[in-house]
Design a binder for this molecule. Structure first.
Ligand code: KIV
Ligand code: ZN
Length: 505
Protein backbone atom coordinates (compact mmCIF):
# COMPACT_ATOMS: atom_id res chain seq x y z
CA UNK A 1 0.00 0.00 0.00
CA UNK A 2 2.92 2.33 0.53
CA UNK A 3 4.56 1.61 -2.80
CA UNK A 4 4.14 4.37 -5.37
CA UNK A 5 4.15 3.22 -8.99
CA UNK A 6 6.26 5.51 -11.15
CA UNK A 7 4.75 5.67 -14.63
CA UNK A 8 7.18 7.52 -16.86
CA UNK A 9 5.69 9.29 -19.86
CA UNK A 10 8.83 11.09 -21.07
CA UNK A 11 8.62 9.22 -24.37
CA UNK A 12 4.94 10.04 -24.90
CA UNK A 13 3.75 13.24 -23.16
CA UNK A 14 7.40 14.41 -22.97
CA UNK A 15 7.89 13.86 -26.67
CA UNK A 16 4.82 16.06 -27.25
CA UNK A 17 6.93 19.06 -26.16
CA UNK A 18 7.22 21.54 -29.03
CA UNK A 19 10.33 20.87 -31.13
CA UNK A 20 11.05 17.45 -29.64
CA UNK A 21 11.23 14.55 -32.03
CA UNK A 22 13.17 11.44 -31.07
CA UNK A 23 14.19 8.70 -33.47
CA UNK A 24 13.88 5.01 -32.64
CA UNK A 25 17.51 4.58 -31.52
CA UNK A 26 17.22 7.60 -29.23
CA UNK A 27 14.02 6.21 -27.73
CA UNK A 28 15.74 2.90 -27.08
CA UNK A 29 18.66 4.58 -25.31
CA UNK A 30 16.20 6.49 -23.14
CA UNK A 31 14.17 3.32 -22.51
CA UNK A 32 17.28 1.47 -21.30
CA UNK A 33 18.20 4.36 -19.04
CA UNK A 34 14.65 4.48 -17.58
CA UNK A 35 14.88 0.75 -16.93
CA UNK A 36 18.14 1.32 -15.06
CA UNK A 37 16.59 4.22 -13.17
CA UNK A 38 13.92 1.80 -11.96
CA UNK A 39 10.65 3.20 -13.28
CA UNK A 40 7.74 0.74 -13.14
CA UNK A 41 6.02 1.65 -16.39
CA UNK A 42 7.36 3.32 -19.53
CA UNK A 43 4.71 4.90 -21.70
CA UNK A 44 6.60 4.48 -24.96
CA UNK A 45 4.36 6.44 -27.33
CA UNK A 46 1.08 6.79 -29.18
CA UNK A 47 1.44 4.14 -31.90
CA UNK A 48 -1.47 5.26 -34.07
CA UNK A 49 0.04 8.75 -34.39
CA UNK A 50 2.72 7.86 -36.98
CA UNK A 51 4.81 4.96 -38.32
CA UNK A 52 7.78 6.38 -36.38
CA UNK A 53 5.81 6.29 -33.12
CA UNK A 54 4.64 2.74 -33.81
CA UNK A 55 8.16 1.50 -34.53
CA UNK A 56 9.57 3.22 -31.42
CA UNK A 57 6.99 1.54 -29.18
CA UNK A 58 7.47 -1.85 -30.85
CA UNK A 59 11.26 -1.79 -30.42
CA UNK A 60 10.97 -0.78 -26.76
CA UNK A 61 8.46 -3.56 -26.09
CA UNK A 62 10.79 -6.06 -27.75
CA UNK A 63 14.02 -4.96 -26.15
CA UNK A 64 13.28 -3.63 -22.67
CA UNK A 65 12.74 -6.14 -19.89
CA UNK A 66 11.72 -5.77 -16.25
CA UNK A 67 9.52 -2.72 -16.98
CA UNK A 68 5.94 -2.59 -18.23
CA UNK A 69 5.68 -0.92 -21.62
CA UNK A 70 2.49 1.09 -22.14
CA UNK A 71 1.03 2.46 -25.36
CA UNK A 72 -1.57 5.20 -25.59
CA UNK A 73 -4.79 4.75 -27.57
CA UNK A 74 -7.91 6.84 -27.92
CA UNK A 75 -11.12 5.01 -27.00
CA UNK A 76 -11.38 3.57 -30.50
CA UNK A 77 -10.91 0.02 -31.72
CA UNK A 78 -8.44 1.03 -34.44
CA UNK A 79 -6.16 2.83 -31.94
CA UNK A 80 -6.37 -0.11 -29.53
CA UNK A 81 -5.55 -2.66 -32.24
CA UNK A 82 -2.50 -0.67 -33.33
CA UNK A 83 -1.39 -0.06 -29.73
CA UNK A 84 -1.59 -3.79 -29.01
CA UNK A 85 0.29 -4.66 -32.21
CA UNK A 86 3.10 -2.36 -31.04
CA UNK A 87 3.40 -3.66 -27.44
CA UNK A 88 2.37 -7.29 -27.67
CA UNK A 89 5.95 -8.60 -27.41
CA UNK A 90 6.59 -6.66 -24.20
CA UNK A 91 6.68 -7.91 -20.63
CA UNK A 92 3.22 -7.44 -19.12
CA UNK A 93 2.32 -4.79 -21.76
CA UNK A 94 -0.24 -2.16 -20.90
CA UNK A 95 -2.89 -0.58 -23.12
CA UNK A 96 -3.64 2.95 -21.95
CA UNK A 97 -6.90 4.17 -23.41
CA UNK A 98 -8.51 7.55 -22.77
CA UNK A 99 -11.46 9.80 -23.48
CA UNK A 100 -12.35 13.22 -22.12
CA UNK A 101 -15.00 13.54 -19.41
CA UNK A 102 -15.33 17.31 -18.91
CA UNK A 103 -18.39 19.09 -20.30
CA UNK A 104 -16.09 21.54 -22.11
CA UNK A 105 -14.45 18.68 -24.04
CA UNK A 106 -17.74 16.83 -24.56
CA UNK A 107 -19.46 19.88 -25.96
CA UNK A 108 -16.75 21.46 -28.11
CA UNK A 109 -14.31 18.68 -28.96
CA UNK A 110 -16.15 15.36 -28.91
CA UNK A 111 -19.69 16.63 -29.54
CA UNK A 112 -21.01 13.72 -27.45
CA UNK A 113 -23.33 13.34 -24.50
CA UNK A 114 -22.18 12.00 -21.14
CA UNK A 115 -24.00 8.70 -21.80
CA UNK A 116 -22.23 8.29 -25.12
CA UNK A 117 -18.83 8.96 -23.50
CA UNK A 118 -19.58 6.49 -20.70
CA UNK A 119 -20.45 3.84 -23.30
CA UNK A 120 -17.35 4.58 -25.39
CA UNK A 121 -15.07 4.41 -22.33
CA UNK A 122 -16.48 1.05 -21.18
CA UNK A 123 -16.49 -0.38 -24.70
CA UNK A 124 -12.85 0.65 -25.23
CA UNK A 125 -11.72 -0.94 -21.96
CA UNK A 126 -13.72 -4.11 -22.67
CA UNK A 127 -12.15 -4.28 -26.13
CA UNK A 128 -8.61 -3.70 -24.79
CA UNK A 129 -9.16 -6.37 -22.13
CA UNK A 130 -9.53 -8.96 -24.87
CA UNK A 131 -5.82 -8.43 -25.54
CA UNK A 132 -4.43 -8.02 -22.03
CA UNK A 133 -5.41 -7.92 -18.39
CA UNK A 134 -3.26 -4.80 -17.99
CA UNK A 135 -5.52 -1.94 -19.07
CA UNK A 136 -5.35 1.66 -17.92
CA UNK A 137 -8.15 4.13 -18.47
CA UNK A 138 -7.69 7.93 -18.32
CA UNK A 139 -10.53 10.42 -17.93
CA UNK A 140 -8.99 13.29 -19.87
CA UNK A 141 -9.57 16.73 -18.26
CA UNK A 142 -10.83 14.94 -15.13
CA UNK A 143 -10.01 17.87 -12.85
CA UNK A 144 -12.50 20.08 -14.75
CA UNK A 145 -15.15 17.34 -14.99
CA UNK A 146 -18.23 16.76 -12.90
CA UNK A 147 -16.83 14.47 -10.20
CA UNK A 148 -19.94 12.29 -9.98
CA UNK A 149 -19.67 11.67 -13.71
CA UNK A 150 -15.99 10.71 -13.37
CA UNK A 151 -16.99 8.33 -10.54
CA UNK A 152 -19.61 6.74 -12.80
CA UNK A 153 -17.10 6.35 -15.64
CA UNK A 154 -14.45 4.89 -13.31
CA UNK A 155 -16.95 2.43 -11.85
CA UNK A 156 -17.98 1.37 -15.36
CA UNK A 157 -14.44 0.96 -16.74
CA UNK A 158 -13.28 -0.99 -13.68
CA UNK A 159 -16.22 -3.35 -14.20
CA UNK A 160 -15.19 -3.58 -17.85
CA UNK A 161 -11.65 -4.65 -16.88
CA UNK A 162 -9.52 -1.53 -16.18
CA UNK A 163 -6.80 -2.27 -13.64
CA UNK A 164 -5.59 1.33 -13.39
CA UNK A 165 -7.78 4.44 -13.50
CA UNK A 166 -6.01 7.72 -14.11
CA UNK A 167 -7.26 11.15 -13.02
CA UNK A 168 -5.43 13.75 -15.16
CA UNK A 169 -5.19 17.46 -14.53
CA UNK A 170 -4.86 17.84 -18.29
CA UNK A 171 -4.65 21.63 -18.41
CA UNK A 172 -2.77 22.17 -15.14
CA UNK A 173 -5.72 23.94 -13.53
CA UNK A 174 -5.81 22.25 -10.14
CA UNK A 175 -4.71 23.66 -6.79
CA UNK A 176 -3.15 21.08 -4.44
CA UNK A 177 -5.70 20.88 -1.62
CA UNK A 178 -8.60 20.94 -4.06
CA UNK A 179 -6.95 18.29 -6.22
CA UNK A 180 -6.44 16.20 -3.07
CA UNK A 181 -10.13 16.62 -2.26
CA UNK A 182 -11.04 15.26 -5.72
CA UNK A 183 -8.83 12.21 -5.26
CA UNK A 184 -10.38 11.53 -1.86
CA UNK A 185 -13.85 11.92 -3.43
CA UNK A 186 -12.99 9.31 -6.06
CA UNK A 187 -11.68 6.98 -3.34
CA UNK A 188 -14.90 7.41 -1.36
CA UNK A 189 -17.48 7.32 -4.17
CA UNK A 190 -16.32 4.68 -6.65
CA UNK A 191 -17.60 1.45 -5.07
CA UNK A 192 -15.13 -0.85 -6.90
CA UNK A 193 -12.07 1.45 -6.67
CA UNK A 194 -10.27 -1.16 -4.53
CA UNK A 195 -10.05 -3.34 -7.66
CA UNK A 196 -7.86 -0.79 -9.50
CA UNK A 197 -4.83 1.40 -8.91
CA UNK A 198 -5.75 5.07 -8.72
CA UNK A 199 -3.31 7.19 -10.72
CA UNK A 200 -2.72 10.90 -11.31
CA UNK A 201 -1.23 12.78 -14.25
CA UNK A 202 -0.59 16.47 -13.57
CA UNK A 203 0.40 19.29 -15.89
CA UNK A 204 2.42 22.27 -14.82
CA UNK A 205 0.56 25.27 -16.27
CA UNK A 206 0.39 26.91 -12.83
CA UNK A 207 3.71 25.47 -11.66
CA UNK A 208 1.83 23.08 -9.35
CA UNK A 209 2.22 19.71 -11.09
CA UNK A 210 4.54 18.18 -8.50
CA UNK A 211 2.61 19.65 -5.56
CA UNK A 212 -0.65 18.26 -6.95
CA UNK A 213 0.87 14.80 -7.43
CA UNK A 214 2.22 14.78 -3.87
CA UNK A 215 -1.14 15.85 -2.43
CA UNK A 216 -2.82 13.13 -4.51
CA UNK A 217 -0.50 10.50 -3.02
CA UNK A 218 -1.44 11.71 0.45
CA UNK A 219 -5.11 11.23 -0.44
CA UNK A 220 -4.69 7.70 -1.78
CA UNK A 221 -3.29 7.80 -5.35
CA UNK A 222 -0.72 5.05 -5.84
CA UNK A 223 0.54 5.73 -9.34
CA UNK A 224 2.11 9.01 -10.48
CA UNK A 225 2.59 9.78 -14.15
CA UNK A 226 5.60 11.98 -14.68
CA UNK A 227 8.45 12.89 -17.02
CA UNK A 228 12.17 13.39 -16.57
CA UNK A 229 12.98 17.13 -16.25
CA UNK A 230 9.21 17.72 -16.24
CA UNK A 231 9.05 18.01 -20.04
CA UNK A 232 5.70 17.58 -21.79
CA UNK A 233 2.82 19.41 -23.44
CA UNK A 234 2.97 23.19 -22.87
CA UNK A 235 4.49 23.81 -19.40
CA UNK A 236 5.12 20.08 -19.00
CA UNK A 237 4.23 17.39 -16.45
CA UNK A 238 5.15 16.56 -12.86
CA UNK A 239 8.92 16.07 -12.87
CA UNK A 240 9.92 12.52 -11.98
CA UNK A 241 12.98 13.68 -10.06
CA UNK A 242 10.92 16.14 -7.99
CA UNK A 243 8.23 13.62 -7.04
CA UNK A 244 10.79 10.94 -6.21
CA UNK A 245 13.11 13.19 -4.23
CA UNK A 246 10.23 14.77 -2.31
CA UNK A 247 9.25 11.28 -1.15
CA UNK A 248 12.88 10.33 -0.51
CA UNK A 249 13.67 13.50 1.45
CA UNK A 250 10.45 13.87 3.46
CA UNK A 251 9.88 10.32 4.70
CA UNK A 252 8.56 11.91 7.92
CA UNK A 253 5.53 13.24 6.01
CA UNK A 254 5.57 10.92 2.99
CA UNK A 255 6.24 7.40 4.28
CA UNK A 256 6.13 5.78 0.82
CA UNK A 257 8.59 3.96 -1.40
CA UNK A 258 9.37 4.01 -5.10
CA UNK A 259 11.52 1.60 -7.09
CA UNK A 260 13.79 4.42 -8.31
CA UNK A 261 17.58 4.17 -7.97
CA UNK A 262 18.09 7.84 -7.23
CA UNK A 263 21.80 7.77 -8.13
CA UNK A 264 20.81 7.66 -11.83
CA UNK A 265 18.70 10.81 -11.68
CA UNK A 266 21.36 13.23 -12.89
CA UNK A 267 22.64 11.05 -15.74
CA UNK A 268 19.05 10.41 -16.87
CA UNK A 269 18.28 14.11 -16.77
CA UNK A 270 21.38 14.89 -18.85
CA UNK A 271 20.49 12.21 -21.39
CA UNK A 272 16.96 13.54 -21.81
CA UNK A 273 18.18 17.09 -22.17
CA UNK A 274 20.82 16.14 -24.75
CA UNK A 275 18.53 13.99 -26.85
CA UNK A 276 15.49 16.22 -26.76
CA UNK A 277 17.46 19.45 -27.07
CA UNK A 278 15.46 20.83 -24.13
CA UNK A 279 17.93 22.51 -21.83
CA UNK A 280 17.24 22.30 -18.09
CA UNK A 281 16.83 25.74 -16.53
CA UNK A 282 19.68 26.53 -14.09
CA UNK A 283 17.35 26.94 -11.10
CA UNK A 284 15.31 23.78 -11.81
CA UNK A 285 14.76 21.77 -8.62
CA UNK A 286 17.02 18.72 -8.17
CA UNK A 287 18.69 18.70 -11.62
CA UNK A 288 19.27 22.38 -12.49
CA UNK A 289 22.86 23.58 -12.80
CA UNK A 290 22.43 25.77 -9.70
CA UNK A 291 20.49 23.27 -7.58
CA UNK A 292 23.60 22.58 -5.46
CA UNK A 293 25.51 25.83 -6.06
CA UNK A 294 26.03 28.01 -3.00
CA UNK A 295 26.80 31.63 -3.79
CA UNK A 296 26.55 33.56 -0.54
CA UNK A 297 29.54 33.58 1.80
CA UNK A 298 27.35 32.78 4.80
CA UNK A 299 25.96 29.72 3.03
CA UNK A 300 29.41 28.56 1.90
CA UNK A 301 30.73 28.94 5.44
CA UNK A 302 27.80 26.94 6.87
CA UNK A 303 28.19 24.24 4.24
CA UNK A 304 31.90 23.82 4.97
CA UNK A 305 31.09 23.37 8.65
CA UNK A 306 28.22 20.95 8.07
CA UNK A 307 26.61 20.08 4.72
CA UNK A 308 23.10 19.79 6.13
CA UNK A 309 23.07 23.49 7.11
CA UNK A 310 22.15 24.41 3.55
CA UNK A 311 21.60 21.14 1.67
CA UNK A 312 18.54 18.96 2.15
CA UNK A 313 19.76 16.34 -0.33
CA UNK A 314 23.21 14.80 -0.49
CA UNK A 315 24.26 15.45 -4.13
CA UNK A 316 25.77 11.98 -4.24
CA UNK A 317 22.29 10.49 -3.73
CA UNK A 318 21.24 11.71 -7.16
CA UNK A 319 24.55 10.84 -8.82
CA UNK A 320 25.95 14.35 -9.06
CA UNK A 321 29.66 14.16 -9.81
CA UNK A 322 30.21 17.70 -8.48
CA UNK A 323 32.96 18.35 -10.96
CA UNK A 324 34.93 15.28 -9.99
CA UNK A 325 37.51 14.48 -12.60
CA UNK A 326 36.57 11.23 -14.25
CA UNK A 327 39.09 10.72 -17.01
CA UNK A 328 42.23 12.35 -18.38
CA UNK A 329 44.19 12.10 -21.57
CA UNK A 330 46.04 8.99 -20.38
CA UNK A 331 42.85 7.06 -19.68
CA UNK A 332 42.36 4.04 -21.89
CA UNK A 333 39.46 2.52 -23.76
CA UNK A 334 38.49 0.23 -20.86
CA UNK A 335 38.27 3.11 -18.40
CA UNK A 336 36.13 5.01 -20.89
CA UNK A 337 33.83 2.02 -21.41
CA UNK A 338 33.43 1.49 -17.65
CA UNK A 339 32.67 5.18 -17.06
CA UNK A 340 30.12 5.24 -19.86
CA UNK A 341 28.38 2.19 -18.42
CA UNK A 342 28.32 3.92 -15.08
CA UNK A 343 26.58 6.87 -16.75
CA UNK A 344 24.00 4.54 -18.29
CA UNK A 345 25.34 4.10 -21.82
CA UNK A 346 25.65 0.54 -23.05
CA UNK A 347 27.49 0.90 -26.35
CA UNK A 348 28.74 -1.56 -28.92
CA UNK A 349 32.52 -1.93 -29.49
CA UNK A 350 32.27 0.05 -32.67
CA UNK A 351 30.42 2.87 -30.87
CA UNK A 352 32.97 2.89 -28.06
CA UNK A 353 35.71 3.23 -30.69
CA UNK A 354 33.99 6.28 -32.15
CA UNK A 355 33.53 7.92 -28.76
CA UNK A 356 37.11 7.03 -27.82
CA UNK A 357 38.53 8.89 -30.83
CA UNK A 358 36.62 12.06 -29.97
CA UNK A 359 37.39 11.59 -26.25
CA UNK A 360 41.12 11.60 -27.07
CA UNK A 361 40.71 14.72 -29.19
CA UNK A 362 38.91 16.50 -26.34
CA UNK A 363 41.34 15.24 -23.69
CA UNK A 364 44.18 16.73 -25.72
CA UNK A 365 42.52 20.13 -25.66
CA UNK A 366 41.10 19.99 -22.10
CA UNK A 367 43.03 18.76 -19.11
CA UNK A 368 39.97 17.45 -17.32
CA UNK A 369 37.16 15.47 -18.90
CA UNK A 370 33.93 15.42 -16.86
CA UNK A 371 30.89 13.13 -17.08
CA UNK A 372 28.99 15.95 -18.75
CA UNK A 373 31.64 16.11 -21.51
CA UNK A 374 31.36 12.36 -22.06
CA UNK A 375 27.58 12.58 -22.29
CA UNK A 376 27.89 15.29 -24.93
CA UNK A 377 30.31 13.11 -26.91
CA UNK A 378 27.97 10.12 -26.76
CA UNK A 379 25.07 12.27 -27.92
CA UNK A 380 27.11 13.48 -30.83
CA UNK A 381 28.89 10.30 -31.87
CA UNK A 382 26.26 7.66 -31.16
CA UNK A 383 22.77 8.82 -30.34
CA UNK A 384 22.23 10.53 -33.59
CA UNK A 385 19.86 9.74 -36.37
CA UNK A 386 21.77 8.52 -39.45
CA UNK A 387 23.28 11.69 -40.84
CA UNK A 388 22.56 12.81 -44.36
CA UNK A 389 24.64 15.96 -43.86
CA UNK A 390 27.99 15.77 -42.08
CA UNK A 391 30.49 18.54 -41.38
CA UNK A 392 33.83 17.85 -43.06
CA UNK A 393 35.62 21.14 -42.33
CA UNK A 394 34.97 24.70 -41.35
CA UNK A 395 37.17 27.73 -41.80
CA UNK A 396 36.11 31.14 -40.56
CA UNK A 397 37.81 34.50 -40.83
CA UNK A 398 36.56 37.20 -38.49
CA UNK A 399 37.64 39.94 -36.14
CA UNK A 400 37.27 43.71 -36.12
CA UNK A 401 37.51 45.62 -39.37
CA UNK A 402 36.79 42.72 -41.74
CA UNK A 403 33.59 41.12 -43.08
CA UNK A 404 33.30 37.70 -41.43
CA UNK A 405 33.62 34.93 -44.02
CA UNK A 406 33.07 31.19 -43.66
CA UNK A 407 34.14 28.34 -45.89
CA UNK A 408 32.31 25.13 -45.14
CA UNK A 409 32.74 21.58 -46.42
CA UNK A 410 29.74 19.29 -45.90
CA UNK A 411 29.28 15.68 -46.93
CA UNK A 412 25.83 15.21 -48.45
CA UNK A 413 24.84 11.59 -49.09
CA UNK A 414 28.54 10.70 -49.07
CA UNK A 415 29.58 13.41 -51.58
CA UNK A 416 31.67 16.33 -50.40
CA UNK A 417 30.50 19.84 -51.32
CA UNK A 418 31.92 23.27 -50.44
CA UNK A 419 30.52 26.77 -50.11
CA UNK A 420 31.73 30.21 -49.04
CA UNK A 421 29.59 32.93 -47.54
CA UNK A 422 29.83 36.24 -45.70
CA UNK A 423 27.63 37.22 -42.79
CA UNK A 424 26.99 39.64 -39.94
CA UNK A 425 29.24 37.49 -37.75
CA UNK A 426 31.16 34.22 -38.17
CA UNK A 427 28.19 32.06 -37.11
CA UNK A 428 25.84 33.87 -39.47
CA UNK A 429 28.39 33.44 -42.30
CA UNK A 430 28.79 29.71 -41.57
CA UNK A 431 25.01 29.13 -41.36
CA UNK A 432 24.50 30.94 -44.68
CA UNK A 433 27.11 28.75 -46.36
CA UNK A 434 25.46 25.59 -44.95
CA UNK A 435 21.99 26.79 -46.00
CA UNK A 436 23.20 27.28 -49.59
CA UNK A 437 24.76 23.82 -49.64
CA UNK A 438 21.74 22.05 -48.20
CA UNK A 439 19.22 24.22 -50.06
CA UNK A 440 17.08 24.68 -46.99
CA UNK A 441 14.41 27.32 -46.54
CA UNK A 442 14.08 26.59 -42.82
CA UNK A 443 13.71 29.44 -40.31
CA UNK A 444 15.93 29.69 -37.24
CA UNK A 445 13.59 30.00 -34.24
CA UNK A 446 16.10 29.67 -31.44
CA UNK A 447 19.86 29.72 -30.92
CA UNK A 448 21.33 29.07 -27.48
CA UNK A 449 24.87 28.51 -26.27
CA UNK A 450 25.73 26.77 -23.03
CA UNK A 451 29.08 25.96 -21.50
CA UNK A 452 28.93 22.32 -20.42
CA UNK A 453 31.52 22.60 -17.65
CA UNK A 454 33.46 25.55 -16.22
CA UNK A 455 36.64 27.14 -17.65
CA UNK A 456 37.52 28.75 -20.96
CA UNK A 457 38.46 25.34 -22.39
CA UNK A 458 34.96 23.99 -21.64
CA UNK A 459 32.94 22.25 -24.33
CA UNK A 460 30.40 24.66 -25.76
CA UNK A 461 26.99 23.14 -26.35
CA UNK A 462 24.77 24.83 -28.90
CA UNK A 463 21.05 24.24 -29.36
CA UNK A 464 19.20 25.45 -32.44
CA UNK A 465 15.53 25.18 -33.23
CA UNK A 466 14.40 25.28 -36.87
CA UNK A 467 11.04 25.40 -38.57
CA UNK A 468 10.32 24.24 -42.11
CA UNK A 469 6.91 23.50 -43.67
CA UNK A 470 5.27 23.32 -40.24
CA UNK A 471 7.85 20.91 -38.78
CA UNK A 472 9.81 22.18 -35.79
CA UNK A 473 13.03 20.42 -34.81
CA UNK A 474 15.81 20.93 -32.32
CA UNK A 475 19.47 20.19 -33.02
CA UNK A 476 22.49 20.12 -30.76
CA UNK A 477 26.23 20.24 -31.24
CA UNK A 478 29.18 20.30 -28.85
CA UNK A 479 32.77 21.34 -29.43
CA UNK A 480 35.43 23.40 -27.64
CA UNK A 481 35.10 25.79 -30.63
CA UNK A 482 31.76 27.54 -30.35
CA UNK A 483 31.42 28.23 -34.09
CA UNK A 484 32.05 24.57 -34.91
CA UNK A 485 29.52 23.57 -32.20
CA UNK A 486 27.00 25.93 -33.83
CA UNK A 487 27.45 24.45 -37.30
CA UNK A 488 27.20 20.92 -35.88
CA UNK A 489 23.95 21.87 -34.13
CA UNK A 490 22.58 23.41 -37.32
CA UNK A 491 23.44 20.31 -39.34
CA UNK A 492 21.95 18.08 -36.65
CA UNK A 493 18.66 20.00 -36.90
CA UNK A 494 18.76 19.82 -40.71
CA UNK A 495 19.32 16.06 -40.48
CA UNK A 496 16.27 15.80 -38.22
CA UNK A 497 14.17 17.80 -40.68
CA UNK A 498 15.29 15.52 -43.47
CA UNK A 499 14.47 12.46 -41.32
CA UNK A 500 11.00 13.78 -40.50
CA UNK A 501 10.28 14.60 -44.11
CA UNK A 502 11.48 11.23 -45.40
CA UNK A 503 10.32 8.87 -42.61
CA UNK A 504 7.08 10.59 -41.69
CA UNK A 505 7.99 11.85 -38.21
O1 KIV B 1 -2.88 15.23 -20.05
C1 KIV B 1 -3.62 14.26 -20.29
O2 KIV B 1 -4.82 14.23 -20.01
C2 KIV B 1 -3.02 13.13 -20.99
C3 KIV B 1 -3.85 11.89 -21.05
C4 KIV B 1 -3.78 11.25 -22.38
C5 KIV B 1 -3.46 10.98 -19.94
O3 KIV B 1 -1.88 13.19 -21.40
ZN1 ZN C 1 -0.78 14.87 -20.39
Amino acid sequence: MDRIIIFDTTLRDGEQSPGVSLNVEEKLQIGRQLEKLGVDVIEAGFPVASPGDFEGVRRLAREIRGVEIAALARAREKDINIAWEAIKEGENPRIHTFIATSDIHLRYKLKKTRDQVLDMACAAVRYASRYTGNVEFSAEDASRSDLDFVCKVFEGVIDAGATTVNFPDTVGYAIPWDFGRMIRYIEDHVPNIHKAVLSVHCHNDLGLATANAIEAIKQGARQVECTVNGIGERAGNSALEEVVMAIHTRQDLLPYQTGISTRYIVSTSRMISLLTGMAVQANKAIVGGNAFAHESGIHQDGLLKERSTYEIIDPKDIGLSQGLLVLGKHSGRHALKAKLEDLGYRLSDEEIDRVFVSFKAIADKKREVYPEDLEALVAEQVLRIPDRYRLVYLHVAGGSGIRPTATVGVEIDGEEAHEVSMGAGPIDAAFKAVAKLVKTHSRLLRFAVNSITGGTDALGEVTVRLEEDGHVVTGQGADPDIITASVKAYLNALNRLYYIESVGR
